[in-house]
Design a protein around this ligand. Structure first.
Ligand SMILES: C[S@@+](CC[C@H](N)C(=O)[O-])C[C@H]1O[C@@H](n2cnc3c(N)ncnc32)[C@H](O)[C@@H]1O
Length: 429
């Protein structure tokens, strides 16, 4: 089997093509690539880092490459474009020795039968290895690495300074966050993690998750500190009938089960529901699992509380999924808002009078957050907002909006490694 560094880079080229040229999410393209899954764990980690770095810095890389290439590499030459992007990422951001980055890139275009591009790839990457720092001077990474539609939507929602802070936070990789079922202090020691004010454990070193103590027994699961907040905002759920709508892969279902609720978890995706079932089984937790479209499904009995973690653009998770910035656009957001409205209306139908509904999206787009909730409140006078209180989100008091919703942003807790961008609103009817 070919296990030379070239095999890793070959997998990276294929996956980058699948992602940026064909629109497949990076994680899906990686999971579906045989060459990648056959690599040893160290090489897989390298490929992941190389791809994430290339996509995270795509705007800067393109800025440099466009100054060095006169004719765009398209059609049959498109592979050359991805090879150059990956080569540039290695030289500009990963500190790969120039001979390794340049030679393997030349071999990659040769392998692809693009012999006529060998000279170009060699010359462009040698120029970057020689003058890379100078080529980056006076560039604006936050702006360059953010597509225009996102930048403008954030300027409109948050203003220039906050937009710049959001985009700057996206240049950093996100830390590994963990939710533990109990004994957070004990597990902070076991996992060499910091306990954040909201109770999430944050591990500095990352590491192979499945090999860390407590994972196999389901003592904890991976969940961003912001993603752990919506379920908590349902308050004490002990023995309550709780629906977790759009539940898979089940991070929030596990929180609710662990908190003593009788949970019905609903998700439209059978494949993701299987994962949810496996996650629950690992933790020794159980819930009523329903594979259905939650905007059409109706339970026999209404619920005391509902968590609606609606499908969304995911622009609050760009630190973990930088590809989202380049794969999604305003039309995707507009389509999602229709689904979000339908899900919200059905969730209200399923709620007992006086019950609590928490709506959450891991998106920075106002269309998917406050605008959806404002629409619900205008159309349904019986629905009221229940303000999030500072005591419920210790250390994140600034994330409470003037109206009493929660709006986390990626640069919050910057000194601790940041946070995913979530919008959360709590309603009662
Ligand atoms: C943000 S993810 C949920 C994450 C999950 N709550 C967790 O904490 O692990 C959104 C989920 O919505 C599901 N989904 C999308 N449209 C749906 C619908 N109409 N009904 C039910 N589930 C839906 C997707 O399959 C996906 O699993």
């Amino acid at each position: 089997m070919d296990v030379t560094p070239l095999a890793s880079r070959r997998a990276a080229v294929d996956v980058l093509m699948a992602c940026l040229d064909k629109g497949q999410p990076l994680d899906d393209a990686l999971a579906g690539h045989r060459g990648f899954t056959a690599l040893d764990p160290r090489d897989r980690a390298f490929v992941r880092l190389l791809l994430a770095t290339t996509v995270r810095h795509l705007g800067e890389i393109e800025g440099v490459l466009s100054g060095l290439i006169t004719k765009p590499l398209e059609g049959a030459n498109a592979v050359g474009r991805q090879v150059l992007r990956l080569g540039a990422a290695q030289l500009m951001f990963l500190g790969t020795p120039p001979h390794a980055a340049v030679d393997t890139s030349v071999r990659l275009v040769e392998d692809a039968g693009l012999h006529h591009l060998k000279g170009l790839v060699n010359a462009v990457l040698r120029r970057i290895s020689r003058d890379g720092d100078a080529l980056l001077v006076d560039r604006d990474p936050a702006r360059l690495n953010t597509p225009r539609w996102l930048w403008e939507s954030w300027i409109h929602a948050y203003g220039e300074d906050t937009t710049r802070a959001i985009a700057s936070a996206h240049l950093q990789e996100a830390p590994l966050d963990i939710t533990v079922r109990r004994d957070a202090d004990h597990w902070a020691g076991q996992l060499e993690a910091e306990k954040l004010p909201t109770g999430t454990l944050r591990r500095k070193g990352g590491g192979h998750i499945a090999e860390l103590p407590g994972f196999a027994e389901g003592t904890w699961w991976v969940q961003d500190a912001a993603a752990a907040l919506p379920a908590r905002l349902l308050g004490d759920v002990t023995d309550k009938r709780v629906a977790d709508l759009c539940a898979a892969p089940g991070g929030k279902t596990m929180q609710l089960c662990a908190a003593g609720a009788q949970v019905t978890a609903v998700d439209i995706s059978a494949r993701r529901m299987t994962r949810l079932g496996e996650n629950l089984a690992r933790a020794g937790l159980s819930a009523n699992l329903v594979t259905a479209d939650a905007s059409k499904w109706m339970p026999e009995e209404k619920f005391d509380a509902i968590l609606l973690d609606a499908p969304c653009s995911g622009t609050g998770t760009l630190r973990r999924h930088p590809d989202i910035a380049w794969l999604k656009d305003e039309e995707d957001v507009a389509r999602l808002t229709v689904t979000q409205d339908r899900l919200l209306m059905r969730a209200l139908d399923m709620l007992k009078p006086g019950g609590t509904l928490v709506y959450a999206v891991c998106s920075l787009q106002e269309d998917e957050g406050i605008e959806r909730i404002n629409g619900v409140l205008v159309r349904n006078p019986q629905v009221k907002r229940v303000r999030v209180t500072p005591a419920e989100v210790p250390g994140l008091e600034d994330a409470i909006t003037p109206r009493g919703d929660l709006r986390t942003l990626p640069f919050m807790w910057a000194d601790r490694g940041g946070l995913d961008g979530f919008y959360v609103a709590r309603l009662t009817a």
